[in-house]
Design a protein around this ligand. Structure first.
Ligand code: NAD
Length: 477
């Protein structure tokens, strides 16, 4: 098997080592597999200078040429899918097949935004003769972006795609725990002929980098995906410097299983989706509110499907769920489960860590969990589901909305009347009915409440990377 990549910073079109580095650990066996460079201030200054030059050139590059480079990079990523997926599995732990799907999804984000670059239309406002009002969308400038470890390739892809399609330059700090996904993106753009300085990739101490970059005058947009706690800090810093921010933060997705749904089918689909990425997805279905009429068969189907899940090293054949990403997640899950059980919840599956190496935590189901349990309000970000019975759709909607998050929400029902109420009343940026897919490249993705603001993807996503300029033009003076 090829080695895990030799990791570098990518600044001004060149690969660069740093004075210090940090170990990259395979969560399946806790072995060190690589060394990620830690950017010092001089590296960040070099990235700022490169990004300034990159922006000057890129903003004047035609949308068609930008789109061509985005599509070429996407094609290279598709060609390299097996190599990239292997590296993602080694650094993150997810099963190889899921890593492959992630790479394809990342490529789709570039392809979608390549099209959007060519469709970034302005507007002509009707006016009296002799004067024209024309609205333009122009690139906002240099973007400072921060991407998390749960999707090492597709998370940075979203931000890089938006910035590059709009004509911005970007300095992205990708996750130190899972750096190879972003490194492969930089390689693909380098090979696709992206001019130097348009894309700059750094790693390091997250707080040092965000606190240094965000106040810089040259930085015009902050784009972050990660926890609500960190998102609040970065939003505060952005506000101090009057800069817009795009925040994709935590979620705690509810699933409403209505009394008309097929409980066996809904239970099976839900279990499969719950264990995707070992539950470390901001849209992961977690709080199941199941109508009491079908509670038993739904729970039985869910447990039955979870019972057949093979856990292990994501590179091994037949493994459906890998380890969680790090020791912090194992501790967080143990704490939430212990708290819920001590408050009266029933533990129906999992809940106990197997011995041995690796950050493994089993698929876990808590049932009849009281409202005061922490897991009802805190995102578990792991393979943990809560299944509670409800007596009505009113109760399910009230409970679904009873948290500070509002990212993804799901429902199983064939009733148009139920769908109508769910569409109007659920507080979430993304509502999916009879499917647990929250977003695709063509649809806008993002949250309400403390899940953040702004949207990535769809026609809406690109607009965040632009400023609106109105030009009033009188034909003669
Ligand atoms: P964390 O809050 O320490 O970090 C979350 C992410 O933010 C990481 O990628 C980290 O590198 C980055 N980060 C941390 N401090 C930063 C700073 N000052 N400036 C810039 N970036 C910073 O949490 P964690 O233990 O790594 O992850 C657990 C929690 O994070 C989960 O409970 C989940 O809510 C959230 N999370 C959300 C997503 C998502 O897709 N929305 C992804 C990963 C993690």
């Amino acid at each position: 098997m090829p080695d895990y990549p030799d990791l570098h910073l990518y600044i001004g079109g060149r690969w660069r080592k740093a004075a210090e580095d940090l170990p990259v650990i395979n969560p399946a066996d806790e072995k060190v597999i690589g060394a990620v460079p830690v950017a010092a201030q001089q590296d960040l200054d070099a990235a700022l200078e490169a990004a300034a030059q990159g922006f000057t050139l890129w903003r004047k590059t035609s949308p068609a040429r930008r789109a061509e480079i985005l599509r070429k990079a996407a094609a290279l990523l598709r060609e390299r899918v097996a190599e990239i997926a292997r590296d993602i599995t080694r650094e993150h732990g997810k099963p190889f097949a899921q890593a492959e799907l992630e790479v394809i999804r990342g490529a789709e984000f570039f392809e979608w935004d390549a099209g959007e670059a060519e469709r970034l239309y302005g507007r002509v406002i009707p006016s009296e003769p002799g004067i024209r009002y024309i609205v333009h969308h122009q690139p906002i400038g240099t973007v400072a972006a921060f991407s998390p470890w749960n999707f090492p390739m597709s998370q940075p892809a979203r931000k890089i795609a938006g910035a590059l399609a709009a004509g911005c330059s970007i300095i992205i700090k990708a996750a130190e725990e899972t750096p190879a996904g972003a490194l492969h993106i930089a390689r693909a753009f380098h090979d696709a002929g992206l001019p130097a300085g348009v894309l700059n990739l750094v790693f390091g101490v997250p707080s040092h980098i965000s606190e240094y970059l965000i106040p810089q005058e040259q930085i015009r947009l902050i784009a972050f995906t990660g926890s609500t706690a960190v998102g609040k800090k970065l939003t505060g810093l952005a506000a101090q410097h009057v800069k817009p921010a795009l925040m994709e933060l935590g979620g705690h997705a509810p699933v409403l299983v209505c009394d008309d749904a097929d409980p066996a089918r809904a239970g099976t689909i839900s279990a499969i989706r719950k264990i995707r990425n070992a539950g470390q997805v901001c849209t992961s279905p977690t709080r199941f509110f199941v109508h009491e009429k079908i509670y038993k068969p739904f729970t039985a189907a869910f447990l039955d499907r979870l019972g057949s899940v093979r856990t292990g090293n994501g590179l091994d054949d037949g493994v459906e769920m890998g380890p969680v990403a790090n020791a912090r997640r194992v501790e967080a899950l143990e704490t939430l489960v212990g708290d819920a059980v001590s408050k009266g919840a029933k533990l129906l599956a999992g809940g106990e860590r197997a011995g041995g190496r690796g950050y493994f935590y089993p698929p876990t189901v808590l049932a009849e969990v009281p409202e005061e349990a922490r897991v009802m309000r805190e995102e578990p970000f792991g393979p943990l589901a809560v299944i509670n019975p409800v007596a009505s759709l009113d109760e399910a909607i009230a409970k679904a909305n009873g948290v500070r998050f509002g990212l993804a929400a799901y429902a199983f029902t064939n009733s148009a009347a139920n769908v109508d109420r769910i569409t109007d009343e659920l507080e979430a940026g993304n509502v999916s009915i009879n499917t647990l897919e929250a977003s695709v490249a063509a649809t806008p993705f993002g949250g309400v409440k403390e899940s953040g603001f702004g949207r990535e993807g769809g026609a809406e996503g690109l607009l965040h990377y632009t400023v609106i300029k109105n030009v009033s033009h009188r034909m003669a003076i």
